[in-house]
Design a protein around this ligand. Sequence first.
Ligand SMILES: [Zn+2]
Length: 293
Amino acid sequence: MTHVCDTRALRTAQQDGRALAAFSVYNLEQTQAVCAAAEELHAPILVQAGSSAFRHAGRGPLAALAIACAESARADVGVHLDHATDVDEIRACLAAGYGSVMYDGSALALDRNIERTREVVELAHAHGAWVEGELAGIAGDEDASGAGPSGALTDPDAAARFVHGTGVDALAVAIGNVHGMHAGPPALDFDRLAEIRARVDVPLVLHGASGLPEDALRTAVSLGVAKVNVNTELRRAFRAGLEQALADEDDLTKHGDVTKSDDLTKLLAPARDAVREVALRWIALLSGTRVTA
Ligand SMILES: [Zn+2]
């Protein structure tokens, strides 16, 4: 397949001072919601399906639905594998048609990480796909909010060595960003980001963006971040939409003799709408549009 969100899209975004939103999805409704937002704003996005979501949905089914939604979207939607540590999983996703993968070798010693990442780059490039790498662990768990262990920060010299030694197309940076939502927003180390940018010529990726102040995000994007991962806020929106639908349903039951509906579409549609709203806000923010909501 042709990959609609290739490295050109990332590089163009970086040059233009924009970033692509990369939305982590766990199910059909979330995937439809972010694709609808991309269509509405005519913006390229990435849908991140897996690795952890595969434990819930199954790799084959979730990969197939993400690719089907991306292909039918009237916008450039790339399908990306986030935080993969298993090369067999990467191979399966590339075969399924993923346009990009993140190999997360951040738990490995630098030399070993370079060696493994380089192998993934060769594999992915043979499929016409691009690779995001990481060399310092980003704190927290991408599937949960709350206090996580504090991670190491990306060393600019090591970053240069890593990018040069692996041939990765994008680099996830650890500059104080933390996965998940936290009591107070983490302070980002912009000096470090600027130094990494000066040493490394690939687009940079920011994980753990949920909950960061808009100004901090804009600064990060102006310093070369061209892909921003969003996960927690979409999950929260899905949950809030679902809770609202259930509350509305309870209200109806209280004020009449209707029995509770078992029509799942009436419960899932508001959850999908809530995710779409959040995705719209993120796409607009990262493309430099002022948002008034
Ligand atoms: Zn992450």
